[in-house]
Design a protein around this ligand. Structure first.
Ligand code: SAH
Ligand code: SF4
Ligand code: F3S
Length: 470
């Protein structure tokens, strides 16, 4: 049994990590042939991609996927810690599973993801959720087959969570959710320690994958016919810093852009590490999508400082305008937190003014949520929840107005869209433009996911555009 510990999770050092290839014990292969698993994923794209790995690991053991948890033999919750409501959702699901387990005592239940890294969560599981069979942390996901097998064979509750990141495991199997677009991890962890954020504790320090390993994965995806890859990391802009002297995200993007892949995306970019080289490369290659997620969090220097974001309103705006100027047609999206401790009306107005200046194409807006063990938790907070909710509403009204106005400007233009699927109406398709706009469109021809088509925009909505293929 290994339990998580925040003090350890906070440490950063120059210890070397090694790269190992994944392998599975022969005796585990197909040991659970025919049993059904259900997986519920919370949180970000990193977690979605981890779930693709979990699925592959379970399928090596012989498990078969089901979309209905009531009929499963194994339930995995791949959890997220980012805000309280993500926590509540996972615990709500655990409550439902508790009932189910009374009817089905042989049901196996496992917890993975960021909540597994939290000491208080693991304590609650040990105390109140004794029916949970095993917990595996984010740093040793590849050990899931072993841990699951131990807990079943020995009928014990297995908790295997390491607070310090271990080695980098390559050649991990993966069952991709789509056959035309794929996620590729390029860097794990985060060293930024924004004062409100739990990720540096749950995901460990920044560790880049070797470029050879990334390029090999990309080549395989291209050979398999993938049309779009998204390079993933909590902060992709820090790519390479821990490994190379002079090879960063700009170089990696450029190397991938030379390959025969129509669409390259990346996320998320922290404004701090955004170099001129990256801007130049993104602007230069048509297969790097002109769409950047650039979280600002707040428009007030006082709050940015309390958040530990390492940039000012002015330096953010300078970067923002440089990106807008140098990358043709670029769309920029953002994340914003309202109601951070000590945020006054004037700070909030600074945020609104910044939003008015940046006129984002998309924005994810949140009310600050206290995360246990983070520095922001200790800041005095005088704003009531009602005030915070009211700010969120004002912010949402503004961003929604801007989305619609931006979209209206696109009516009459044509955009290249990658088909994702057929909409409910059956005669309509939907997909995303290079600028990451959701487009619903009609087409006389039969299309399949991954096809690229030109669409003339006929109507604008707040969160989507309508059109017809030309
Ligand atoms: N690495 C990314 C963000 C990952 S988390 C970045 O720095 O850009 C996604 C978003 O969740 C953050 O951008 C932030 O807006 C929000 N978030 C993180 N911690 C939060 C908290 N404690 N309360 C509310 N929102 C939070
Ligand atoms: Fe969290 Fe900040 Fe790291 Fe993003 S950069 S994951 S907000 S600590
Ligand atoms: Fe959530 Fe962990 Fe992602 S906290 S947002 S699943 S890195």
């Amino acid at each position: 049994m290994h339990l998580p510990d925040y003090k350890e999770a906070r440490t950063r050092d120059k210890r070397d990590y090694h790269r190992f290839d994944f392998s599975l014990d022969e005796e585990l292969k197909n040991k659970y042939q025919g049993m059904k698993y259900y997986i519920k994923t919370y949180g970000c794209q990193m977690n979605e991609h981890d779930s693709e790995v979990i699925e592959a690991l379970l399928e090596l053991l012989g498990f078969i996927k089901t979309d209905h948890y009531l009929e499963s033999d194994l339930i995995i919750l791949n959890t997220c810690s980012i805000r309280e409501n993500a926590h509540n959702k996972a615990f709500g699901m655990l409550g439902r599973i508790k009932h189910l387990k009374q009817e089905k005592p042989d049901l196996i239940v496992g917890i993975c993801g960021c909540m597994a890294q939290e000491a208080s969560v693991v304590e609650a599981i040990l105390r109140d959720y004794k029916f949970v069979n095993f917990v595996v942390g984010t740093h040793n996901l590849h050990e899931l087959p072993k841990v699951l097998d131990h807990s079943i064979q020995n009928e014990t509750q297995e908790i295997e969570v390491y607070s310090r990141e271990g080695d980098l495991i390559e050649e991990v199997p993966v069952v991709r959710a789509n056959s035309y677009k794929a996620y590729v991890n390029i860097i794990y962890g985060c060293d930024k320690f924004c004062t409100y954020c739990i990720v540096p504790y749950t995901r460990g320090r920044e560790r880049s994958r070797k470029k050879e390993d990334i390029l090999k994965e990309v080549d395989q995806l291209i050979a398999d016919g993938y049309q779009e890859i998204t390079l993933l990391g909590q902060n992709v802009n820090a790519y390479g810093k821990d490994l190379y002297h002079d090879y960063n995200l700009g170089d990696l993007l450029e190397e991938i852009a030379f390959k025969n892949i129509p669409r390259i995306r990346f996320m998320t970019s922290h404004p701090w590490d955004f170099t001129d080289k990256m801007i130049e490369v993104i602007g230069k290659y048509p297969n790097i999508m002109p769409s950047i997620h650039l979280p600002v969090q707040s428009g007030s220097n006082r709050i940015l400082k309390l958040m530990g974001r390492r940039y000012t309103r002015e330096s953010y705006l300078e970067l923002f305008h440089k990106i807008k100027k140098q990358i043709p047609r670029v769309s920029v999206s953002t994340d914003i937190i309202v109601g951070f401790p000590q945020e006054e009306e004037e700070d909030f107005l600074d945020t609104l003014r910044l939003v008015e200046e940046c006129r984002y194409d998309n924005a994810f807006t949140f009310i600050f949520s206290q995360r246990e063990g983070t520095p922001a938790c200790r800041l005095e907070d005088n704003t009531t929840l009602e005030e915070k909710e009211e700010r969120l509403q004002r912010l949402n009204t503004l961003v929604n107005t801007i989305f619609l106005e931006n979209n209206q400007k696109l009516v009459g233009t044509s955009l290249e869209v990658m088909v994702e699927g057929i909409s409910d109406k059956k005669t309509m398709y939907y997909g995303y433009s290079d600028t990451n706009k959701l487009i619903n469109f009609s087409c006389d021809k039969e299309l399949k996911p991954g096809d690229l088509v030109s669409v003339e925009i006929t109507d604008a909505k707040t969160w989507s555009l309508d059109g017809r293929s030309i």
